[in-house]
Design a protein around this ligand. Structure first.
Ligand code: PEP
Ligand code: MG
Length: 472
C-alpha cells in the first residue's frame, strides 16, 4: 500500500501539476508533451541531488508520467479496429494507423490518395500486402461489407463482382501464389546474372514480421533497419533497454548476417505521436531525422546509439545516418557516437572497435559531392525515395505529383554511377536502399556499376533474385 500512497502523492504534487498547466497555457504544448517536459526537468533536478531515496522517486515519476502520457496519446489516436481479414478502403491512411493494425487482418489496401514511396506503401509492400493507391473517387462507391476483387497488376478494383468472376480471380490468385512459392524455394541461392555479375540482396525492415519474411525469402542481411518504424506506435520515448531488446529480437532472426541499423528518421509521414512539434510548412525538409534526433538528443538518439553500440559486441552491425546534408552534419553525429562509445567503455562495457558509420545519400548536396564525404564516411546507401523527391521538387506522399518521381530514374542512375566510381576508388561500399533497388528497368544498369548490395522489401526478394538470374 505504501507504494500506492507514494504514487498518489506524486500525482497530487502541486508543483508538477501547476508547471504542466503553465507549459500548456503559456508555451502552447499539448498536454502529453507538457507533462513529458515537466517530468523530465523534475527528474533532472532530483538526479543532481544525488540522494538514493530520491533516485527511487525518479523511476516512479518516469513510470507514472509515461502512464498518463500513454493514456492521453491513446485517447487522441484515430485507431482503426478490424476483427476479421478485410480489404481496407480509405481516403488516406497514416503510417501510425497502419502500424496499429494486425497485418494478418489486412488482405489489401485501397486508398484514394497517397504516393508510391510514402512510408505506408513501403510498409505494405514489405509485407506483401496488395495495395492500390491513388485510386481516386472509386472509393466513394464502396460500402462497408461489399465484396471486392482487388487486381493490383491492372490497378483495378471490382465491386460486388459476379460469382463466376470471383472464382476466376481466386484461380489467378492461386497461380500467383504457386509462382511465389517456386521463387521462394530458390531464393536462398545468390543473385547472379548469367555472365556472373553478383550482387548481395539485403532486406529493408522495420518489424519482427518483416525480419521473419526477410529470413524466409533469402535476404543476405538487413540492409536498412528503419528503426523509427519499430517505435512508431510508442506512447513515450523508447528507453535504451527497450531499444536494445527490440533490435536484439530482430537481429536474432538473422543472427549471422551483417546488419545496417539506421538512426531514427522520425518526421514527415512518420510522426512521433507523443511529441507535439510545431507545424512546419515543409516537414520533409524541416526538423526531421537526425535534425530532430539531435534536438531531443537525450531522449531519442543517445539511448539509441548506446543500445546499438552495446549490441555491436555480439552482432555485425553498421550504423547508418539519415538525412545528412553536409560534412558538418556527419562530423556532429560522428562525435556524438564516438563519445557514447568512450562513455560506455568508461562504464566498463566491453566493446569491440567502433562500428562502421555510413550515411544515406538522399540529399542532392551529398549525391553530387561525394568527395566531401569519402575520407570520413565508411559506407554509403542511396535513399532514392527522398533523393528523387528532392531532385524533382515533388512530394513523395502527394499523388498529384507522382509522375515526376518516375521520371527521376535517369538522373538517379547518372548520379549513382558518378558517385560509385569515386567511392570505389577509395574502397568505400555503396548500396541502394530506396525503391529504385527493386525497379526491374534499373537493376541491370545498377549491376553494371558493380553496386555492392540492393536492399529491398522482403516480399520482393524472391522475384528480384529470379529476375537477376534471368539477365545476361
Ligand atoms: C529513401 O529515402 O530512399 C529511404 C530508403 O529511406 P526512407 O524511405 O525511409 O525515407
Ligand atoms: Mg529517406
Amino acid at each position: 500500500m505504501e507504494i500506492y500512497e507514494a504514487h498518489i502523492e506524486i500525482l497530487n504534487d502541486p508543483e508538477l501539476i501547476s508547471k504542466t498547466i503553465q507549459s500548456i497555457e503559456e508555451e502552447g504544448w499539448s498536454a502529453h508533451t507538457a507533462l513529458h517536459k515537466v517530468a523530465t526537468e523534475y527528474c533532472e533536478v532530483l538526479k543532481s541531488l544525488e540522494d538514493s531515496y530520491l533516485m527511487g522517486r525518479i523511476e516512479d515519476i518516469q513510470m507514472l508520467s509515461q502512464m498518463i502520457i500513454g493514456y492521453l496519446v491513446g485517447s487522441e489516436k484515430n485507431e482503426i479496429k478490424l476483427n476479421k481479414p478485410s480489404i481496407l478502403v480509405a481516403e488516406k491512411l497514416t503510417t501510425n494507423q497502419f502500424a496499429a493494425i494486425k497485418s494478418e487482418f489486412i488482405l489489401g489496401i485501397i486508398m484514394a490518395k497517397g504516393g508510391t514511396t510514402d512510408h505506408l506503401m513501403i510498409l505494405a509492400k514489405a509485407l506483401g500486402i496488395p495495395s492500390l493507391i491513388n485510386a481516386g473517387p472509386v472509393i466513394e462507391k464502396i460500402e462497408t461489407g461489399d465484396k471486392l476483387v482487388l487486381d493490383t497488376l491492372q490497378s483495378t478494383v471490382y465491386i460486388e463482382p459476379s460469382p463466376a468472376f470471383i472464382e476466376t480471380s481466386k484461380k489467378s490468385k492461386e497461380n500467383l501464389e504457386q509462382k511465389q512459392r517456386e521463387q521462394i524455394a530458390s531464393s536462398h541461392e545468390p543473385a547472379m546474372t548469367k555472365s556472373g555479375v553478383k550482387v548481395a540482396i539485403h532486406a529493408n525492415i522495420g518489424s519482427v514480421l518483416e525480419a521473419q519474411a526477410a529470413k524466409t525469402n533469402g535476404a543476405e542481411g538487413i540492409g536498412l533497419l528503419r528503426s523509427e518504424l519499430c517505435f512508431i506506435d510508442c506512447t513515450h520515448f523508447p528507453s535504451e533497454n527497450k531499444q536494445y531488446e527490440t533490435y536484439k529480437e530482430l537481429l536474432d532472426i538473422l543472427p549471422k548476417s551483417l546488419h545496417t541499423i539506421r538512426l531514427l528518421d522520425f518526421g514527415t509521414d512518420k510522426p512521433l505521436e507523443f511529441l507535439s512539434l510545431d507545424q512546419e510548412e515543409n516537414p520533409a525538409m524541416g526538423l526531421r531525422a537526425l535534425r530532430l534526433g539531435i534536438t531531443y538528443y537525450n531522449q531519442l538518439l543517445k539511448p539509441q546509439i548506446r543500445a546499438i553500440l552495446r549490441l555491436s559486441k555480439e552482432y555485425a552491425i553498421r550504423i547508418l545516418c539519415p538525412m545528412i546534408a553536409t560534412p558538418a552534419d556527419f562530423n556532429q553525429i560522428y562525435q556524438l557516437i564516438y563519445s557514447e562509445y568512450t562513455q560506455l567503455k568508461k562504464e566498463g562495457v566491453q566493446l569491440n572497435k567502433l562500428v562502421p558509420i555510413g550515411i544515406m545519400v538522399e540529399i542532392p548536396n551529398v549525391a553530387i559531392h561525394p568527395e566531401l564525404f569519402l575520407d570520413k564516411v565508411d559506407f554509403f546507401s542511396f535513399g532514392t525515395n527522398d533523393l528523387s523527391q528532392f531532385l524533382m521538387a515533388a512530394d513523395r506522399t502527394n499523388e498529384k505529383v507522382a509522375n515526376y518521381l518516375i521520371e527521376a530514374n535517369e538522373s538517379l542512375l547518372m548520379l549513382i554511377n558518378e558517385f560509385t566510381k569515386k567511392a570505389y576508388k577509395k574502397n568505400k561500399p555503396v548500396s541502394i536502399c530506396g525503391e529504385l533497388a527493386s525497379d526491374t528497368s534499373s537493376i541491370n544498369k545498377l549491376l553494371q556499376m558493380n553496386i555492392d548490395a540492393l536492399s529491398i522489401a522482403p516480399a520482393l526478394i524472391p522475384e528480384t533474385k529470379e529476375f537477376i538470374r534471368s539477365l545476361e
